[in-house]
Design a protein. Structure first.
Length: 339
């Protein structure tokens, strides 16, 4: 654990320095990163200067920036103590959300680790996934605790990624027998016949984000084997018609592009022992102007059903890259200004 020593007066500085003492030098090395790149990342983001001396880090800069940097460094050091790596995305998340990482008593639901006070983990074959924002944490709790969950909000907020992680975790833990991932192939509606190859080859380009997510959670050869054995299915939404999806974790991605009839059809596919996660961004509807979005209608009809979980993500929840949040904010501001 890191200790903060009293501020040290510095004759040439406007503000005193903050001295952080870290008990384990090996953990400190991991915190700082190769060639102190993690410290450089924090320096640039917070406009502070960080100097490592033995098992100490001296923080210099404005008083508020010093305090913020101290909180971030302590938070990331706790992460290293838990045996977790510190990646650039972890630093960005700690900076954006104040480094709040409290871990108290915990309980498990399947492969999810819940920490009262704030920390959640989803364990899969290849990696451990951590929700980074309060909204993401609430979403993950619903993914494991409710049979039907809607995740609504802008791109980059982890809606689909966390849903596929939860599905993978529950599958690994034997809580469901299969994973079914679906998307409306909106652009493919008129063009599939012109693309080369069989049906799988025609629709696979539209399913790539789902394949990418799965490959983050399972070894590639295992994904291929599970798809071959039909224990993982990735298919356009239209392929769900007429089926009863039992003992499966079903994820519908890009649901804003499902029509009203498609959405009702999909929702009524749920069978015994199944869970569904429906994700979408209602600001990015690609349907023709005269066609209503089934996601918009479903949210309006079902939002008061207490057994159904609704999580609404905002720009502040974007974790893909800091620039993505700025782009979304700029577009939203432009849309409001220009009607």
């Amino acid at each position: 654990m890191a200790d903060i020593a009293p501020s040290i007066p510095h004759s040439k500085a406007t503000n005193p320095e903050t001295l952080l003492n870290f008990s384990d030098n090996r953990h400190l090395i991991d915190l700082c990163g190769a060639l102190d790149r993690n410290l450089s990342h924090i320096e640039t983001a917070l406009s502070v200067q960080l100097v490592r001396r033995g098992n100490e880090i001296v923080v210099m800069g404005g008083e508020d920036a010093q305090n913020e940097a101290a909180v971030i460094l302590k938070s990331l050091y706790q992460r290293v103590e838990q045996g977790k790596p510190v990646e650039p995305a972890d630093i960005d998340a700690a900076i954006r959300f104040g480094g709040k990482q409290q871990e108290e008593s915990r309980q498990s639901i399947g492969q999810i680790e819940m920490f009262k006070g704030g920390h959640l983990e989803i364990r899969t074959r290849k990696k451990t996934v951590e929700p980074r924002t309060v909204t993401q944490k609430s979403y993950v709790e619903d993914l494991f605790g409710k049979e039907l969950v809607f995740g609504l909000g802008p791109a980059g907020t982890g809606k689909t990624y966390l849903a596929v992680a939860a599905a993978s975790s529950m599958f690994i833990n034997g809580l469901v027998d299969k994973i079914i991932l679906a998307r409306p192939a909106v652009e493919a509606g008129e063009r599939l016949g012109f693309l080369p190859g069989d049906m799988k080859e025609k629709v696979d380009p539209y399913m790539l984000p789902l394949y990418d997510a799965l490959n983050d959670f399972f070894p590639t050869k295992q994904v291929e084997k599970l798809i071959e054995d039909r224990r993982i299915e990735i298919a356009p939404l239209a392929f769900m018609r007429g089926r009863t999806l039992s003992n499966a974790y079903v994820v519908l991605d890009e649901a804003q592009n499902a029509t009203t009839m498609q959405m009702k059809m999909f929702l009524t596919r749920m069978g015994d022992g199944s869970r569904m996660a429906i994700t979408g961004d209602m600001s990015q509807i690609d349907l023709p102007r005269n066609v209503s979005s089934g996601l918009v209608e479903a949210e309006r009809i079902l939002r008061d059903v207490k057994e159904i979980g609704f999580t609404y993500f905002k720009t502040e929840d974007v974790v893909r890259h800091p620039m993505v949040a700025k782009i979304i904010t700029a577009y939203d501001k432009y849309a409001k200004t220009n009607g």
